[in-house]
Design a protein. Sequence first.
Length: 231
Amino acid sequence: MAEHHPATQRTAVNEWVALNELTPIAALYVASGGAYYGLPGVDPWDEERDARRYGGPHPVVAHPPCARWSRLAKFCEVRHGLKVSYDGGCFAAALGAVRRWGGVLEHPAFSKAWEHFHLPRPDTKHEGWTLADDGGASCYVEQGRYGHAVKKATWLYAYGVELPELRWGHTPDSRGKIATNQDWRGGMDKWRDATGYRVANATPLEFRDTLIAMARTAYDLRSVTKSGVAA
């Protein structure tokens, strides 16, 4: 059973960054030459490397493909024959890596993968983490609060890492930031079509750094577990 977890009981991300800048992590399902490339201590896995084959041992930040899981997935299935959940095992592999090595997984808010894999569903208006019996936790966060051109509502699933305070808040679609080529009726799709998928799907650098910092805390929790001290 899921329960809400006050964010104030956890450490803020910026307290970890300076301490763990070079601690290695793996970035899974990322764009070739994108935001995760060229960073010290970050091993990026793009489509060519096939992140489904990742075998550790570092904690991960995972961005598995979302087209077969999004709110429009059923529409795409009817119109284009792209079956819901048929992603070649990418989400299952990403979830397995997060649970095996520790880390955080990112997907669009309201992803159908949450129900399919029995993950704790976060409350859009709850400012904090929602815990589950599996030891993981989910939350709702908007990448627009980290520099994205639009709201880009997001769900995170974290496992084996510290749960930080993020830039919480919910922006109704009708009151969201209106970017060039986007209005509330056209939503993300109109904006994405005009701007290009690479820009639309890109992770803001501040948000990227936050996810990396979260993943790196997995090493601290591993040490605590090995020492026998309760986390």
